[in-house]
Design a protein around this ligand. Sequence first.
Ligand code: AMP
Length: 116
Amino acid sequence: MTESDCLFCKIVAGEIPADIVFENDDVIAFRDVNPQAPTHVLIVPRRHIPTINDLEESDARTVGNLYLAAKEVAADEGFAASGYRVVMNCNAAAGQTVFHIHLHLLGGRILGWPPG
Ligand code: AMP
């Protein structure tokens, strides 16, 4: 998948609608269309990075910003203290289907471990 036909690049560009809950210069967060928990938010960099395997040292700040956004959204959603999960899938065996890195932020219910 190239940048030009990347679903999340289109959401970042405003070409596809999304329920955006947080954004700054580097990352945006929007609700997953197929939520797996009462709150299921995806946090993505504005810049196209296909998978964790493509990360470079220069992306370290952006990766940190994904987690800082997760912290903000968890606080806004009201489960920062009770607990939540952030997870990023990498490639087919982990179930990655959109090849533009994204943190899943899941909260609002008890989350089992280990995940499937
Ligand atoms: P992953 O399987 O880790 O790549 O996660 C991709 C996620 O994107 C899935 O949880 C999908 O439900 C979600 N998704 C797919 N299309 C959209 C969309 N247009 N808006 C919001 N979430 C989406």
